[in-house]
Design a protein around this ligand. Sequence first.
Ligand code: CU
Length: 101
Amino acid sequence: MQEPGAWTIDGQAYPDADPLAIGEGEYVRVRMVNRSPAIHPMHLHGHFFQVGDAVKDTVLVPPHGGQITFDFLADNPGDWLFHCHNVYHLERGMARVFEYV
Ligand SMILES: [Cu+2]
């Protein structure tokens, strides 16, 4: 059970969240659906990705069912946090770790 007020990604609130296993050299597709009423500026450490014509490390996911999909190349081995840049969301669990395995 998540505590009330937690912000989750796929039902898990960091740090009580499973790492997301990726492999070096893979293209990783991240598909996000925002079912909350808040906008989420999602930030990936250690990598860049393309959204439209722009190369970014942060993308805004619109509220009320907004969807964003991006791909990144796993070319920087390590453990990398992927999190909402709204600090009050991050502090209540809105993060996961991409872990190279
Ligand atoms: Cu957020």
